[in-house]
Design a binder for this molecule. Structure first.
Ligand SMILES: O=C(O)CCC(=O)C(=O)O
Ligand SMILES: [Fe+2]
Length: 207
């Protein structure tokens, strides 16, 4: 063990105006990240919902699963989703985030990008049930993928980072009000990536 073994906690602040974007490149050590990738790919209840794009039904270009406390309902891909009960390893990660950053979270959207053809288009996570200044903690496992973000008012000026195995980014403050983000296709990539975005959503009693 070397003197700098705590360096996995090192943080890079990428943006501090118009919201905050922080990156912890090695938040989860490789060996644990390997285990988590395997367990989540095999054990989460992945589905591929249909999206309504200008009146056409198309499949979401990745697999998704929504976990959380009962009542943490969330609208994505055009429909309201009730959370599945916590997977124990997701719950552990949630608690680790809550303790380290002194925040409260109640749910997680898991995304499975099967290969470089899977993607997520430009969006802000600005749904009403997230509140005005959500704290979103996003963990990546598996194939490193680009994460692009841009100011809504300057859409041509794209910023690009790569989210590697075991990394964490935190978006908070006004970030969702000013910026959009995407995970573009990277056609040549064959391997899968799992992303977990932990959130705090307002409870709703919709059925
Ligand atoms: O896969 C990612 O890194 C981004 C996921 C995301 O933006 C979301 O779930 O809202
Ligand atoms: Fe997002």
């Amino acid at each position: 063990m070397d003197l700098f073994s705590e360096s996995y906690l090192s943080m890079v602040r990428l943006e501090q105006q118009r919201g905050q974007l922080d990156c912890f490149p090695n938040w989860i050590a490789d060996s644990e990240a390997n285990e988590l990738f395997k367990e989540f790919s095999e054990q989460l209840q992945w589905s591929q919902p249909e999206l309504n794009v200008y009146g056409r039904r198309v499949l979401t270009p990745r697999l998704v699963a929504w976990y959380g406390d009962a009542g943490a309902n969330y609208r994505y891909s055009g429909a309201l989703h009730k959370p599945l009960p916590w997977h124990p390893r997701l719950l552990q990660l949630k608690q680790r985030l809550e303790q380290q950053f002194e925040i409260k979270l109640n749910s997680v959207l898991a995304n499975f990008y099967r290969n470089g053809d899977d993607s997520m288009g430009w969006h802000s996570d600005n749904e009403k049930e997230l509140g005005a200044e959500p704290v979103i903690c996003s963990i990546s496992l598996g194939q490193p993928r680009y994460f692009d973000y841009r100011l809504i008012q300057q859409p041509k000026e794209k910023h690009r980072i790569e989210l590697g195995h075991g990394s964490l980014i935190i978006m908070q403050g006004e970030f969702q009000q000013w910026w959009q983000h995407q995970v573009p296709k990277q056609k040549r990539l064959q391997r899968g990536r799992i992303n977990l975005t932990f959130r705090l959503v307002e409870f709703s009693y919709a059925t």
